[in-house]
Design a protein around this ligand. Structure first.
Ligand SMILES: [Zn+2]
Ligand SMILES: [Zn+2]
Ligand SMILES: [Zn+2]
Length: 138
């Protein structure tokens, strides 16, 4: 399944790319570059950063910046408009204030905001609260 994502996004499949992609698939929440480094056993930092860059440029993953300079990476939706670095997805970014994890949460329809005089090319909705896992354990 994971190899398909790379092929679909016109990326050559390499063992390392597969390994990095697997980390995103394994986790149900967004991951930081530190998380990725922790999960990889043996890696070259430059290759890892190049891999992350090509994943972002090809619409495999996207960057999420949450308040407090929290930077995460997560898988893109199947449909991702990633032209010029804009990643448009049908989901919002949710941060759990208990486990601090960031999730891409799919919603039925993203409301399109219109502002006279401004051209909105990308809009992002962020939310904070308690995730399903944490609310189940409290
Ligand atoms: Zn994307
Ligand atoms: Zn949580
Ligand atoms: Zn996302």
């Amino acid at each position: 399944m994971n190899v398909d994502i790379l092929k679909k996004k016109n990326l050559r499949v390499t063992p390392f790319r597969k390994e990095v992609l697997d980390i995103f698939i394994r986790n149900d929440h967004a991951v930081s570059t530190q998380d990725i480094e922790d999960e990889l056993k043996d890696f070259d930092r430059i290759t890892l950063y190049r891999t992350i860059k090509s994943f972002i440029n090809n619409g495999v993953i996207h960057e999420i910046v949450m308040p407090g300079d929290v930077k995460k990476l997560a898988l893109c939706d199947v449909v991702c408009n990633h032209d010029e670095g804009l990643h448009e997805h049908n989901h919002i970014h949710f941060q759990c204030r208990q486990c601090q994890e960031v999730f891409c949460v799919e919603i039925d329809e993203l409301p399109k905001i219109k502002v006279p005089g401004f051209i909105i090319e990308k809009q992002e909705i962020q939310a904070k609260g308690i995730c399903g896992k944490c609310s189940a354990t409290t």
